[in-house]
Design a protein around this ligand. Structure first.
Ligand code: SF4
Ligand code: SF4
Length: 383
């Protein structure tokens, strides 16, 4: 039942509260509204700071208010607030759980979202790319062998045009789903503001919108300006920086590969060629970033300042799987152990496929939702 606030009474959305507690916000009822967390948060604005108000809204099950609130996304989960909370209510985790619920709420193609977000459906998630890639090998006649020669080369198994045929439609689907989710989110933010009489009467031109709102936010994201403000959790800043640039580098290399192939270059490239060099450096940055995240999370969980939800750990292990299979397949290819390199490369593609599918529905979706919330906050003068 949807939460209702009329004539000073609150009818809580009990289902939402139950789901929130299941998604990692099980401590929310401990909050006594002392506001220590809002004072401790280095990112909260002075007017209507977070996360105290979100804690009471969560206790009341005010789902619509929470998921259409940009502040939930302005939080960068540094956990300074959770460390300062005298009640152990872990507001940082509660906000993370709210974000997770919001992603599910705005998701386009909800059945796919369920597969990605439900632990019990993990075998289905892996089965989809496995079947697609096995069928691809069958159709290209490479299911039972990849041709002549001793050299181990993954292009013998999946040539770049074949990879393009599999991954470009997947990429477009993911971009479409993420775009639909973001548009629903933006609509919810505007509707929530309109309800309290906040409306922007003069709209900027598309050019000004990009110049004054989108570009500055992208600048903040690239430099990690907001992350750098987090006090007690500096290692998270370093870790996130490694993961962010690792991802960007690998994405760039995938595009370079697609373009250079069409220009007549053939893989595998020499180790010191620009695509290989950038790719290896990015994998290293990603690997170090992930190790820092895992150590920090384990430590916080042991100290009781953070709880690990399925949303957190499934994404972490998926990125680890992509990184490890990528490195192992490359090393075994270089030393010529084909019977290890090819299956590990196949597994690598399965994990990469899953990671793509994760983007609009998992914690990875914060890339688009947080960016949207930051742009909205700038656009409405919240920041
Ligand atoms: S979450 Fe903790 S610090 Fe924040 S208002 Fe509640 S009890 Fe106080
Ligand atoms: S986790 Fe960090 S950014 Fe988020 S509300 Fe708490 S102190 Fe603020």
């Amino acid at each position: 039942m949807a939460a209702d606030v009329t004539k000073g009474t609150v009818q809580p959305d009990l289902d939402f509260i139950r789901m929130l507690k299941k998604s990692g916000g099980d401590t929310l009822k401990k909050c006594m509204q002392c506001a220590n967390c809002s004072v401790a948060c280095p990112l909260a604005p002075d007017s209507r700071p977070f996360p105290r108000k979100e804690m009471i809204w969560a206790q009341w099950g005010l789902k619509d208010k929470l998921i259409s609130n940009p502040d939930v996304w302005l939080c960068h989960q540094c956990n300074d607030c959770s460390v300062q909370c005298p009640r152990g209510a872990k507001p940082g985790d509660v906000l993370a759980a709210i974000r997770n619920m919001a992603i599910g709420e705005f998701a386009f193609m909800k059945p796919l979202a369920k597969i990605v977000r439900d632990k019990a459906k993990l075998p289905v998630l892996f089965a989809i790319p496995t079947v697609v890639l096995l069928l691809t090998l069958l159709v290209t006649g490479k299911l039972f062998g990849f041709g002549e020669g001793d050299e181990v080369a993954f292009s013998k198994m999946f040539s770049i045009p074949v990879i393009d045929v599999v991954f470009i439609p997947l990429f477009l689907l993911v971009v479409f789903a993420a775009g639909k989710g973001v548009m629903s989110f933006w609509g919810a933010l505007e509707t929530a503001d309109a309800k309290v009489g906040k409306k922007r009467y003069i709209k900027p031109s598309p050019f000004d919108f990009v110049k004054y709102y989108i570009l500055p936010v992208l600048g903040d994201i690239i430099t990690h300006t907001r992350f750098a403000k987090c006090g007690g959790n500096k290692s998270r800043y370093t870790a996130h920086l490694g993961i962010f640039f690792g991802f960007m580098g690998l994405f760039l290399v995938a595009n370079i590969d697609a373009v250079t192939h069409n220009l007549g270059f053939h893989t595998p490239y020499p180790m010191l060629s620009p695509p290989k060099f950038i790719g290896n450096l990015s994998a290293l940055a990603l690997g170090i970033g992930m190790l820092l995240v895992i150590f920090k999370r384990k430590k916080d969980e042991a100290e009781g300042t953070q709880v690990g939800s399925y949303a957190d750990w499934s994404l972490i292990w998926m990125i680890v799987a992509v990184t490890v299979t990528g490195i192992v397949s490359e090393v075994t290819r270089l030393i010529g152990i084909g019977f290890v390199a090819y299956p590990v490369y196949f597994a690598h593609l399965v994990f990469v496929f899953c990671l793509f599918l994760y983007l609009p529905y998992s914690k990875l979706a914060h890339m688009v939702y947080r960016t949207t919330a930051m742009v909205y906050a700038k656009y409405t003068g919240r920041e």
